[in-house]
Design a protein around this ligand. Structure first.
Ligand SMILES: [Fe+2]
Length: 195
């Protein structure tokens, strides 16, 4: 696909998402490589080395162009690939919604991992994902997918069309907690850079 197909948001449409790969034949994904993730991982030297070495694709997701209106829904898949920077698992940048008081639903199609949640008051939790598990992201909570497994973590999401994405708060502050591998298992630790 060279250019995104225009979907008929007024009259209805269908769109395919492959549950094994998370990919669509009729939509174009947005890709985030390690080089797009500067400042996101705790070990900045390890990130720099990984970028110079191979610059892996960390995650991709679909934005299929939902009208930015409260009556519409944006939906699609998000695929976070397996991997680590030093001992920290591959993850999405994570975001608040620009309209803070809007929720989101995830449904896990494949893989193992977590959604890390955190609100502006500092309350946080890690919700575990596995195939067939659905997670609710309440209004006001920033969210980030983390792949702690060996295969792509694939989720299907839906949220209000006008919710928007606020990446800048997370870019500045990070999340309070990091998900790292320790003795072969996923462990939640404090983020030393969190302010
Ligand atoms: Fe979101």
């Amino acid at each position: 696909l060279e250019t995104q197909i225009e979907f008929n948001w007024m009259r209805g449409f269908t769109v395919d998402f492959n549950p094994e790969t998370g990919m669509s034949k009729t939509a174009i994904s947005t890709k985030r490589y390690l080089s797009d993730m500067e400042g996101m991982f705790a070990d900045e030297k390890a990130l720099k080395r990984a970028i110079e070495n191979k610059n892996d694709l960390v995650y991709e997701f679909y934005n299929i162009g939902a009208p930015e209106k409260p009556c519409d829904l944006s939906f699609g898949t998000s695929v976070t690939y397996p991997g680590k920077v030093a001992n920290e698992f591959f993850m999405t940048k994570g975001h608040f919604h620009t309209v803070l008081e809007t929720a989101e639903v995830y449904y896990c199609l494949r893989g193992d991992g977590y959604i890390l949640l955190e609100n502006p008051e500092g309350d946080w939790s890690a919700q575990e994902l596995a195939p067939s598990v659905s997670a609710y992201i309440p209004p006001r909570y920033a969210h980030r997918s983390i792949n702690t497994g060996k295969v792509p973590l694939i989720t299907f999401y839906a949220f209000r069309g006008d919710a928007g994405h606020d990446y800048s708060s997370i870019e500045k502050k990070g999340f309070q907690k990091l998900m790292v591998e320790k003795d072969g298992k996923a462990e939640i630790v404090d983020n030393p850079k969190w302010k």
